[in-house]
Design a protein around this ligand. Structure first.
Ligand SMILES: NCc1[nH]cc(CCC(=O)O)c1CC(=O)O
Length: 354
């Protein structure tokens, strides 16, 4: 006999081995898994002939909660392992919260897709929920404790509400809310991203939306907040093609502009910068940015409106707004923050993705 005597045995669990498999990686938190699930469900509807698999991975920083975060080497802290798997071919794409993605990716990896953005704003969550007589930051008495580990959030709130106090609050969303609600908790409110709460189904805990302007507490959100960023290999044309269907062009352009501000200002390290983008006319994007010192006593603000049609337009626009921020004193504020951070080893969004 010239043909092989044994054929591979098809077991029930490998009944779809005839289908091509696309492997989707993400961090193994409840929110990250939900986000990956959303991406896979959307892709599966479009491609019933492909088998999609989600692989949740703990990063080194997730596994080791004792070693100080800075000892992991900072950049890409939460993404290095996933990217190694992607480049080695064990994964075909990674689903990230866009705001946790460094603005510079390793060679060979690209931001293949930005999905339609969830509400990008930060929100206030009050202790005990909506029964609480306090609903907004303006309601809080002097000395009330705000929980956040983000310098960006703390600095901007201090600027408007100098009499509030701040304490670090880390952990994933469930952990943070539990800490807030605990009977003996010292916190009055937490500041979180609307996107995470909405995706987790915790809409009912949102008591105030923060945004630019007095009503919104003058708060600008993090770069890329609310968007999902999907990373793939630059040469994997099949995956890049699949992901085109999930891209929201308007949100991608706005997020590219925001990331460009960050990339232009940061020089390696993540910085506490707030942004807000809004489409204000046909192809016209308005981008507002702020850099505030930790004490909330000094700020550089800038705004621009420009016609944006391509990714390159968005990147150039981001550079322009970054330059305006620098002209208005951002660099001086950032230099002080970088020196302080070197001493305290704190980072901008604390780099604890939810
Ligand atoms: N820094 C943590 C983080 N990273 C992504 C989200 C969810 C929001 C998003 O997808 O932008 C959060 C939680 C938060 O900031 O409250």
């Amino acid at each position: 006999m010239s043909t092989p005597a044994t054929q591979p045995v098809i077991t029930p669990s490998s009944s779809h081995t005839d289908k091509p498999t696309v492997r989707v990686g993400t961090r193994k938190s409840a929110l990250a898994m939900k986000q990956a699930d959303f991406v896979v469900t959307s892709l599966q509807k479009l491609h019933p002939g492909i088998n999609f698999e989600i692989k949740g991975m703990h990063s080194a920083a997730d596994k080791d909660k004792i070693t100080a975060l800075y000892k992991f080497g900072g950049k890409g802290l939460w993404t290095n392992e996933l990217e190694a798997e992607l480049m080695g071919g064990a994964l075909d794409m990674i689903v990230h919260s866009l705001k946790d993605m460094p603005t510079g990716l390793p060679d060979g990896c690209v931001l293949a897709c930005v999905t339609r953005r969830e509400d990008p704003r930060d929100v206030v969550v009050v202790k005990g929920g909506l029964e609480n007589k306090y609903k907004t930051l303006a309601d809080l008495p002097d000395g009330a404790v705000v929980g956040t580990s983000s310098v960006r959030r703390m600095a901007q709130i201090r600027r408007r509400y100098p009499k509030l106090h701040f304490k670090d609050m880390r952990g994933n969303i469930d952990t943070r809310i539990k800490k807030l609600d605990a009977e003996d908790s010292e916190f009055s409110v937490l500041i979180l991203a609307a996107a995470g709460l909405l995706r987790m189904g915790y809409d009912a805990r949102i008591s105030q939306y923060l945004e630019s302007g007095t009503e919104g507490g003058g708060m600008l959100h993090a770069v890329g907040q609310g968007g999902l960023g999907i990373e793939a290999r630059a040469d994997d044309t099949q995956t890049l093609e699949l992901l085109k269907a999930l891209e929201s062009e308007a949100d991608m352009l706005a997020c590219e502009a925001e990331r460009s501000v960050m990339r232009t200002l940061e020089g390696g390290c993540s910085i506490p910068i707030g942004v807000e983008t809004k489409w204000v006319g046909e192809n016209k994007l308005r981008l507002t940015g702020t850099v505030v010192n930790v004490e909330g006593t000094e700020a550089a603000d800038a705004e621009g409106v420009q016609e944006i049609k391509t990714r390159e337009d968005a990147v150039e626009f981001g550079k322009l707004v970054a330059q305006k921020l620098t002209d208005n004193g951002a660099q001086k504020i950032l230099d002080v923050i970088n020196v302080d951070r070197e001493a305290s080893r704190e980072s901008a969004e604390a780099w604890i993705p939810a």
